[in-house]
Design a protein around this ligand. Sequence first.
Ligand code: F6P
Length: 360
Amino acid sequence: MKRIGLLTSGGDCSGLNAAIRAVVSSAIERGWEVIGIHDATNGLILRPLSYHQMSMKDFEFPFATLGGTMLGTTNQADAHKFLKEDGSTEVLNDEQILERFKAGVDELKLEALVVIGGDGSMNIVSRYCQKAGVKMVGIPKTMDNDAPGTDLAIGFQTAREVVMDALDKLDTTAASHKRVMVAEVMGRGAGHLALQSAIAGFADIALIPEIPYTYEGIVKKLKAVKAEGRNHALMVVAEGVKTPEGEHYRAINGHTFGGISSYFVKRLTEDGFNVRGNILGHIQRSGTPCASDRILASSFGVHAVKLLAEGKTDRVVVHQNGHVTDLSLSEILSIGNTPVDPNEELVHVAKNLGIYIGEF
Ligand code: F6P
């Protein structure tokens, strides 16, 4: 192995730069060249190609505290529509995308690609790689923590800290004003973030997409809190939760969810509760990566390069039972994403803490 490509793909999250640094550092240690591809696979698909040869100089700026990705990324809703650097869009069909990708890989003489991405990216990029005849190694990232085969993905632990911190802050204003504070958190299909931050932030209610709830159940819990003598409460709702009538709230882009908290604020207000809503939004995906995410990302990056050095490709680095290991790409793709299992330990913990988490 002499020359590898490295890219980040899908929604950003905190800890990506630590993973990039680890890949670059361990590859350079081995005397390899690392080509940083810009804006996910766009750097290989759009023309001119967009990339730069990476060195440890890339990390001279005090970047450790920065969220985001220094390589740029995309999570375009339409896989055929590309936003170019000059702001214009280019529409390409599948064949054109694959051709351009292969030509990009060939021109840059990449022997393998390290892909830092969520399950959607692994799916798409692995298809491109197969077509281009280039081997890949994947590193899972997603603040939703629903990446297949791994207990932890880069970005989740920082997001959980951000939400816990927000809940701590909301709690004081809730107490001052004797209010119910609703915090809407990210999680389209997976409620790991909502569930775990509700436990960490001592919330009273946690609604997640995986577990059905009733409006009556929410009201009953809020009344019980009041009856216990506490005149304020915290409610965490994952953005992917439907209304009791089964409707999703769509964000302004129509592609993601967002706004479900406003439903509860309105309805609970009409029913006499003193309520305010807060959509935590993209703040959850950014900010200083916590130590655990930096360590996880660093370990993932080092392991990815070790795999390549051993000639092991088409594998995805994972964290299982406290250890960094790897699974085959095909296994990862067959698992699909991993939402909260209603029987999992933390659901049991939440219930025993008296958190209303739904009816099941
Ligand atoms: O998949 C990660 C995620 O953060 C979701 O939880 C959220 O709905 C979505 O990305 C938002 O994506 P965008 O960057 O397109 O707003």
